[in-house]
Design a protein around this ligand. Sequence first.
Ligand code: CAA
Length: 420
Amino acid sequence: MKPNRKVYVVGGDITTFIGKNHPDFIWKRHPDFGTKENPTLEELTTKAILGACEKTGVKPEQIQRGYIGNFAGELFSNQGHMGAMAVRAHESLRGTPFIRVEGACASGALAVVGAIESLQAGLDIVMATGSEVQTTVSAREGAGYLARASHWETEREIDDFTFPAMFARRAKHYKEAYGATDADIAHVTVKAYSNGNKNPLAHMRTVEMTLENASTPGDRNPQFLKNEDLREHLKVSDCSQVSDGAAALILATEEGLKKIGKTPADCIEVTSYGVATSPLGDVDDFTFMGNTHKAATEAYADGELSAQDIQICEVHDCFAIAEVLMTEALGFAERGKGTDLVKSGATAIDGSIPVNTGGGLIAFGHPVGATGVKQTLEIFRQMKGQCGDYQVPNKPQIGLSANMGGDDRTSVVITYKNLG
Ligand code: CAA
């Protein structure tokens, strides 16, 4: 789709992403254990919403509609009815339509799409937010909740850790098809941690990762799946984090910009987007992300862009193999050559096509519903030179984000142009 009214991303805010291994995360060995609690889903959501208003100068009463992406609030926090929870953030949001959208781990980007389409329908200032809390239960119990994004009837039994096992299956097929090794794929992990170490908001900002540790299973980096066939293809370091966090952004039309005293040069423009949905439990090729490829093909065609035009990119690296497959589905590398791309340094912060500069889902973290919103904001922040220690050398002009739900079942690809 190409917006038929111009759509601008005005800016927004991201909370720190926290969970196990983050210094501020409260757990039994933290000095504040027993006196302090981790932030709740509502607190994180409120922080992101108010932060987005403050950073953009948009008053809550100027927001005509909001979307919130969240996957499993009912399970992790006993909280559904997320739109009505979000408007508790500010007195002036009371009565503002606020709608929850859910597409598993693509919920955040679907919230951004909801905002874009509301602007097409005639509104001028809309908020997209996303939030998730996942640390209220053990990683194993949480894996069961996340498995609701698979085809429960046929896929849940693959392993207690259903999604890690599904991506171990992809790694297995990919390695068999192309002769890639664990060490080849581990370059994604090392890049993610190296970038995350430069990012003050990243869940794993203090955790270092060497190529040797990322390539080798061991006591500190165990293979944790029970599935005998898949176990050897995934280690803890290959996985995105079980994170809590939220992100919010403001989108507006030209009319909207006038109302909030901004110009297009303050913003980035949404040039095109593609959304694709494929049936659960029905992946026809484990070595390719066909659904993401479909969404990208639409976004490129409608934006009159090609992979070669993209200068900054956020992809859904829920597991290291997923980033390899994403870079191929998006056309940055030929099929089977995704590991060569990352090994060449092209996707590093100073490379020709920087990917996941803040650490991606592996090191920045993956609070499911927030991820897609955070991706858009990361593109904005890179284009506006706001990324501090992980800022790419030149302010990029053309960018892309790719957010995915389930095993490549819901895909959202958005392209952007810098106007400043
Ligand atoms: N030796 C052997 N086994 C060990 C071990 C060791 N030294 N340390 C841990 N393990 C095993 C154990 O089996 C343990 O489980 P139990 O304690 O319940 O027996 C298991 O590993 C996990 O250990 P922890 O709970 O200590 O691990 P953790 O809290 O550090 O979590 C992780 C690590 C399991 C990899 C967790 O980070 C994780 O689940 N990450 C993936 C999150 C995820 O799947 N997100 C969704 C991505 S999919 C997507 O994005 C699309 C969508 O729509 C869902």
